[in-house]
Design a protein around this ligand. Sequence first.
Ligand SMILES: Nc1nc2c(ncn2[C@@H]2O[C@H](COP(=O)(O)OP(=O)(O)OP(=O)(O)O)[C@@H](O)[C@H]2O)c(=O)[nH]1
Ligand SMILES: [Mg+2]
Length: 303
Amino acid sequence: MTKRATIEHRQRAFRCGQVAIVGRPNVGKSTLVNAIVGARISITSKKPQTTRSKLLGIVTTAEAQIILVDTPGFQTLHRSRLNERMNRSVRDGLAGVDAIVVVMEAGKVDAGDREVLALLPERTPAIAALNKVDKLRDKARLLPNMAEIALLHEFAAIVPISAEKGSQLDALRVEVIKLLPEGSRLYAQDDLTDRDERFLAAEFIREKIFRALGDEVPYATMVAIDSFEAERALRRIHATVYVDKASQRAILLGEGGARMKAIGSAARRDMERLFGDRVFLEIWVRVKSGWADDERMLDRIGY
Ligand SMILES: Nc1nc2c(ncn2[C@@H]2O[C@H](COP(=O)(O)OP(=O)(O)OP(=O)(O)O)[C@@H](O)[C@H]2O)c(=O)[nH]1
Ligand SMILES: [Mg+2]
């Protein structure tokens, strides 16, 4: 190798590291993870507290492998074993990462954002991603907003983005890669996530429930996969959706089971897209009061 080639090689040393994505509920963390990874692996909805547990989103380019740690939004309102686990998942997500991306909504800093900023470990470099710029009517608010945020924490960069529209994601990725240590990749080139198909299947069902129903039922819902069999080009999946009360079961089923059927079809289409094979999906709905405080159930789901 000539001297020049060696220098170029050094300049282009491969980087690999873990990046925690944190922020208050509903700011668009999971949408951002999906947008950077380029596949829908983390479920999203208009409702807060959609993500319940840590999940990795992995993206490998010619120069780096970025391992994104999607976390639940930090919970301050309700108390249950599930919520305690969700907060633990945020704290665990922050521990031992190489960098942090704090997602906030462009144009405002609220009390929830401040609570998240207070959790940031001092030594880990952090970037502020100001999401949903597409929603910000008065673009003149952006500069003072960035100035305000610069005073709240020592950020390596502050990048306004739209995870949904895909704007400024390249700029964000460049800033993220700068913070990663040199090193070879930890996951295979084409890995998208650390979670298995079983977990993702349960999550797709939960996503459709979050999207289809009001403010009560999604939070009273948990999805368990009873069996998951891969035959040639077919996944045969049996799932149970648990709810807290009989009234919620009736809402979820809808007239003649129509609502649950629509939820199942939508979830199945997502599974087929991600798994690349046909899916046979059967879903039962059962009542199990107090599941959110049942440690054994939470363990079984992988929350
Ligand atoms: N207009 C707009 N909406 C966005 C953008 N990014 C995310 N959203 C929407 O914001 C809502 C919340 O997105 P999620 O990705 O589920 O948010 P989250 O931070 O992961 O939420 P939790 O997991 O509940 O903490 C969804 O309805 C998204 O479609 C964006 O850039 N612009
Ligand atoms: Mg989320």
